[in-house]
Design a protein around this ligand. Structure first.
Ligand SMILES: NC(=O)c1ccc[n+]([C@@H]2O[C@H](COP(=O)([O-])OP(=O)(O)OC[C@H]3O[C@@H](n4cnc5c(N)ncnc54)[C@H](OP(=O)(O)O)[C@@H]3O)[C@@H](O)[C@H]2O)c1
Length: 253
């Protein structure tokens, strides 16, 4: 299947590790130019080289999205680069920050507001694209009780709600908005890698709940993101796509 992505431009937050990195590399394989950020300069440089080796233009910036002013200045600059942008994927998360005021604030800013600010700043740019797509990175934690009453799941639920509302509002401008909702994803240096080392019983419990042979890989999630971002998914907007190897117990109608 031709995904019709060649020559498109994507902006991804948090693309030096895990799911964001895999999405960037898989989009680059389809001929998509990538702008991305992460906080660690040396990782940004290494990722820029990895993308360039695939023959696409790559622009990496060391940036903390929690600095809203710097983040929006970067969004504006990258949105204007080479005359436009087709795909926006806010992928950074504050992670499972726990409970208490500081944790709720961290997930509010890191999961919800960085996605909202980025999407809304880029709407005029995306409206000029003939293949505009926003993918919000959710989580099964938005609709599962397995993770306890911390801030992470509720903020991902708010993000999913926002995604649906935004999809309706921007459809007349030809912009598709979808939520990609991974289950537990295992990769070296990721959260579940740490859990496996520090809390093996908890890791085994979550791993066994992923019915298709354990936790998903970042590449498996990325391949779904690439399809969803592409003109091949032109009829899909306002949806939440679970990529969880059967982790979820909820029935979604
Ligand atoms: N892993 C899972 O099991 C899982 C499951 C469901 C959903 N998700 C979602 O998938 C997304 C990616 O998670 P992940 O586990 O693949 O990756 P991750 O370990 O959370 O790292 C994501 C990337 O974001 C960058 N980053 C983190 N904080 C940042 C900040 N404040 N400003 C700029 N960049 C920042 C990291 O680089 P630096 O540290 O150098 O900044 C890295 O490149 C998140 O939205 C997460 O909620 C993950």
């Amino acid at each position: 299947m031709d995904l019709k992505l060649t020559g498109k431009r994507a902006l991804i937050t948090g693309a030096t590790r895990g799911i964001g990195r895999a999405i960037a590399l898989n989009l680059a394989d389809e001929g998509v130019a990538i702008s991305f950020c992460a906080r660690t300069q040396k990782d940004v440089e290494a990722m820029t080289k990895s993308l360039q080796q695939k023959g696409v233009k790559a622009h990496g910036t060391a940036l903390d999205i929690r600095d809203a002013k710097a983040y929006l200045a970067w969004i504006e600059a990258e949105g204007a680069r080479e005359g436009g942008l087709d795909i926006f994927i806010p992928n950074v998360s504050a992670g499972n920050a726990g409970s208490g005021d500081a944790a709720w604030q961290a997930n509010f800013e890191g999961d919800l507001m960085h996605s909202v600010r980025g999407a809304e700043a880029l709407l005029p740019v995306l409206a000029r694209s003939s293949a505009a797509s926003i993918i919000l990175i959710g989580s099964v934690a938005a609709a599962e009780t397995a993770f306890g009453p911390g801030a992470y799941g509720p903020m991902k639920a708010a993000l999913a709600s926002y995604g649906k509302l935004l999809a309706e509002a921007v459809a007349p401008h030809g912009i598709r908005v979808n939520v990609l909702s991974p289950g537990p994803v295992y990769f070296e240096g990721g959260d579940w890698h740490r859990v496996k080392q520090q809390q093996p019983e908890l890791y085994n419990h979550f791993n066994a709940r992923c019915l298709l042979g354990g936790m998903a890989t970042a590449d498996e999630v990325a391949r779904a993101a690439v399809f969803l971002a592409s003109p091949a998914a032109a009829a899909i907007t306002g949806s939440t796509l679970l990529v969880d190897r059967g982790f979820s117990h909820a029935i979604r109608l």
